[in-house]
Design a protein around this ligand. Structure first.
Ligand SMILES: NCc1[nH]cc(CCC(=O)O)c1CC(=O)O
Length: 309
């Protein structure tokens, strides 16, 4: 039986996600041997610049994709929300396992929730999406960029002058941090998560049918359907850049219900739509069309120009 080589970034989060997937495959009855091969990406080497300024999503996946092409590895596990809209020729998302918690969380000093933070309190995030939604709720707060992995950000909250930070619940759980650290779970009506947040994408070569059949064993129909709606919507709005866009879908009976949001980084303009339907692609398209009609294009173009400066 073929040994399967799995590529992973070397961060704690990436390795945990990779090992989680391998374990899910084993639980699904896969008996192949697995080897994890660590790969250093450009995104891992850049620590002090706003991620959106240095090139956004592609940063973490390029080197991994080269290793896939060169057949140094057979598959790789990515955070779905870090996946670019379109994959390069010959590579596919071959499976999407069951999603972890989709929500963002506020972690504050002294466990003070968002509504009760003192006026002018400093909130750390490097996500324009989170900044926009936090400022829409609390225009008096100050957003301060924060970089580094999950553990580093939590250390910075303790050691630097942040009053609170925002992180994805999924990442926090995956790296094994105690959920008691969380002050407040931000539900999608307060903070619409990033498209694909909490979900993983397994990337492999399109022509590796034998492996893709194995990976399909941990495909989760619910997650595939909801992430398809979210990514269809995102792909129709975005041009590969990091902008304040949120999208989260859930199922109600047979219906996909998509919460879609585009905002200005200062939170002064927030466009929101809820679209439902049975076909996830149709729901995604409709959400994009509705937001474009509300003026999403202007906001996206303006943010891109500012990022380019
Ligand atoms: N932006 C970085 C990033 N990419 C994936 C996750 C974990 C969340 C996930 O699984 O979607 C995180 C950390 C965060 O957003 O707090």
């Amino acid at each position: 039986m073929r040994k399967i080589i799995v590529g992973s970034r070397q961060s704690n989060l990436a390795l945990t996600q990779t090992n989680w997937v391998i374990n899910e495959l084993k639980k699904a009855g896969v008996e192949n041997e697995f080897e994890v091969k660590k790969i250093v990406t450009k995104g891992d080497k850049i620590l002090d610049v706003t991620l959106s300024k240095v090139g956004g999503k592609g940063l973490f996946v390029k080197e991994i994709e080269k290793a896939l092409y060169d057949k140094e590895i057979d598959f790789a596990v990515h955070s779905m929300k870090d996946m670019p809209a379109a994959l390069p020729e010959g590579l596919i998302i071959s499976a999407i396992p069951v999603r972890e918690d989709h929500r963002d969380a506020l972690i504050s000093k002294n466990q003070v929730p968002l509504r009760e933070l003192p006026e002018g309190a400093v909130v750390g995030t490097s996500s324009l999406r989170r900044a926009a939604q936090i400022l829409a709720e609390r225009p008096d707060l100050e957003i301060k960029w924060i970089r580094g992995n999950i553990e580093t950000r939590i250390r910075k909250l303790q050691e630097e002058d942040y009053d609170a930070i925002i992180l994805a619940v999924s990442g926090l759980k995956r790296v094994g941090l105690n959920e008691d650290l969380i002050t407040e779970y931000l539900e999608p009506d307060v903070c619409v998560p990033a498209v694909g947040q909490g979900a993983l994408a397994i990337e492999s070569r399109e022509d590796d049918q034998e492996l893709n059949d194995i990976l399909a064993k941990i495909n989760d129909a619910y997650t595939v359907k909801t992430v398809t709606a979210e990514r269809t919507y995102l792909n129709l709005l975005e041009g590969g850049c990091q902008i304040p866009i949120g999208g989260f879908a859930h199922l109600e009976n047979e219906d996909v219900v998509l919460n879609a949001l585009v905002g200005t980084p200062d939170g002064k303009t927030i466009l929101k739509e809820v679209v439902r339907g049975t076909d996830p692609v149709q729901v995604g398209k409709e959400a994009a069309e509705k937001l474009l009609r509300l003026g999403a294009k202007d906001i996206i173009e303006r943010v891109k120009e500012e990022l380019d400066q």
